[in-house]
Write a protein that binds this ligand. Sequence first.
Ligand code: DXP
Ligand SMILES: NCC(=O)COP(=O)(O)O
Length: 249
Amino acid sequence: MPQHTKTALSVNLNKVALVRNTRHLGIPSITRAATLCLEAGAAGITVHPRPDERHIRAGDVHDLAALLKAWPDREFNIEGNPFHNLMDFVRQVRPHQVTFVPDSEGQFTSDHGWTFPQDAERLKPLIAEAKALGARVSLFMDPIPEAMAAAKAVGADRVELYTETYASAYGMPKQAEVLAAFKATAEAALKAGLGINAGHDLNRDNLHTFLTTVPGVQEVSIGHALIADALELGYTETVRAYNACMSQV
Ligand SMILES: CC(=O)[C@@H](O)[C@H](O)COP(=O)(O)O
Ligand SMILES: NCC(=O)COP(=O)(O)O
């Protein structure tokens, strides 16, 4: 049986901002979305302010940081590339957690994790700085067990397992093989002393199997599918539905 950990749901609001940015009217509101998700039981809010500001803008990061101060038991997670714009946000708003993601500028969406040993030396000082500023540091990683000790060695607190390969294999013949790689990676992460997050293309269908197979997942950040569900069900019912999926683990 996998090690049982209550998993926290961090709602990624990128896609709310994407819709908002197609007009100059300020709707849908990011802070209203965050408030409704937190009221419904989300454990935190995630954003990925990309350098091109296609969805989350700098002002959203500051507005959400201010909002979350009224929710001391919830967390703000900012994702991004620390060699682009992420560190300025860390210095300015001091989030609870930062997730370092090796995306290029203008990348369509995140599609791979950090590579060791190649990225190790340049990551170390930025991880140390983010931690000194009070943030937990998570590294976005592919499901490669051998990389977990290296992630620990550069100073990371957690890894975020990049779950797209699982999501696209879900319900397909290769699901078991792909899940086995995530399970082995999580076991290696736990052995190395790392915490475990997971995210990308998780949804209400694939979440339960992932969490009952992969041990120790402390947080999932979910955006695209969750916001799509919220268009049909509303934020409140949607967050409750995701939390219900996770409480059955
Ligand atoms: C880091 C990660 O896992 C991504 O899922 C990311 O947050 C999504 O970014 P987009 O919403 O821009 O596709
Ligand atoms: N870190 C993953 C995340 O925040 C959301 O990814 P997705 O659910 O939008 O694919």
